[in-house]
Write a protein that binds this ligand. Structure first.
Ligand SMILES: Nc1ncnc2c1ncn2[C@@H]1O[C@H](COP(=O)(O)OP(=O)(O)OP(=O)(O)O)[C@@H](O)[C@H]1O
Ligand SMILES: [Mg+2]
Length: 374
């Protein structure tokens, strides 16, 4: 957390307390909360709820299953271990991993390096079930209660993760007294389904409620913060109007404030207009990005950052790192660039051998602001 983040974060201590109170009173041991994207769930969970829980004497574990939606088990196991026994985590994977290493040493895996890396993650995912069980047992030994916060929890509802979900529920079911769980997600439907389908692993396990949204007080706090920094104060009425125009979305409102501060001479109306445009573009960019393969995204990342020779050794090395592969040949950028320049996408245009430019500069800026292919 940097200082800048601190000064702009609008704390919600009462809301954090309300959640903890609910657990404390023993009324519920698990809750599900949902709100649209960019409404402040993650920010609240990480920066308000977790610190409040720690202060109240919980061991607090947080994981966002979207960070690696294919491997939620590893994310859960790691988060729990990190909170319970930060020193034990690498040793844990090491010991659980031994059987795979032995198999490899015995030459039973005749695939290429890329395939075996995939296999590592897949194997590790299977091992995450015993790893979670071990973490639950470690929690039993702790004097403190555990608060487990699972952000983007709907990932667990995917059929591929059924075993994991069943095992997690079984482990949590017998520990309702000592382990409290908060499920959060941006899809109300997906979250509800997780808890309401009789066949689902978490059937009837947690009430699902809307996450209380940020409103007037948030806008006031941001305006006050602007007054501290700006030569030209921002009127509350103007800011309130902008918040409404931006569909009361905290993330967009922060863009607006930033825009205002950086271009005060252009005024509040201009800040809102540019922000609305940015929101519009962003929605389109997210959609485009989602439809691309990871390899295509990685190539775009390099192109956006101005890499000149996308087939060169340096570029291949970077692709290897970004995509977490053991080997990358020029075939990868070649195949991607064919798609990215093709009729259907038309995202890049070829300038020279290995050198490409973006068709849309706005999109280039958007891509270059990203650091991963997720
Ligand atoms: N309490 C807050 N104080 C200041 N800014 C906030 C606050 N909550 C949210 N924001 C702004 O909104 C942005 C989005 O918030 P956040 O990532 O928490 O949303 P989310 O609901 O988790 O969205 P998603 O479903 O996309 O993950 C933050 O990066 C921040 O700029
Ligand atoms: Mg979030």
């Amino acid at each position: 957390m940097n200082a800048q983040h601190d000064s702009w974060h609008f704390s919600r201590p009462a809301l954090a307390d309300a959640y903890l109170q609910g657990f404390q009173l023993g009324l519920v041991s698990a809750r599900g909360l949902f709100a649209r994207r960019r409404m402040g769930k993650t920010e609240f969970l990480k920066h308000d709820l977790l610190p409040a829980a720690s202060k109240a004497g919980y061991v607090a574990a947080y994981t966002n299953l979207w960070d690696d939606a294919d491997h939620p088990g590893q994310a859960l196991a790691s988060a729990m271990w990190l909170a319970l026994e930060p020193k034990g985590i690498s040793k844990l994977w090491e010991s659980l991993n031994t059987p795979i290493k032995k198999m490899k040493a015995g030459g039973k895996l005749p695939m290429g390096a890329e395939a075996s890396l995939e296999l590592d993650l897949a194997e590790k995912e299977k091992l995450s079930i015993p790893a979670i069980q071990a973490a639950l047992q470690a929690a039993d030994k702790s004097k403190k209660k555990l608060l487990l916060v699972i952000d983007e929890a709907q990932v667990l509802a995917a059929p591929a993760h059924k075993n994991l979900a069943h095992s997690l529920r079984a482990g949590l079911d017998i520990r309702k007294e000592s382990i409290k769980v908060l499920f959060a997600g941006s899809s109300e439907a997906a979250l509800r389904e997780m808890f309401s389908k009789t066949s689902a692993p978490f059937y009837n396990w947690a009430p699902v409620e809307p996450f209380p949204l940020l409103g007037r007080e948030f806008v006031e706090a941001m305006v006050e913060q602007v007054q501290r920094l700006a030569r030209q104060p921002l009127s509350l009425a103007e800011a309130t109007g902008a918040f409404e125009a931006l569909k009361e979305t905290p993330e967009f409102f922060r863009w607006y404030i930033e825009r205002y501060l950086l271009n005060q001479e252009l005024g509040a109306k201009n800040a809102l207009e540019t922000t609305l445009l940015r929101v519009h573009n962003d929605t389109a960019h997210v959609k485009t990005w989602k439809e691309l393969t990871r390899a295509d995204r990685a190539v775009l990342l390099l192109a956006a950052k101005g890499v000149q020779d996308l087939y060169g050794a340096a570029a291949l090395k970077q692709l290897k790192v970004i995509l977490d592969l053991q080997e990358v040949t020029a075939t990868l950028p070649r195949t991607s660039l064919r798609r990215l320049t093709g009729q259907k996408l038309q995202l890049l245009a070829r300038i020279d051998h290995g050198t490409y430019r973006f068709e849309d500069q706005e999109f280039q800026l958007w891509v270059s602001a990203r650091s991963t292919v997720d």
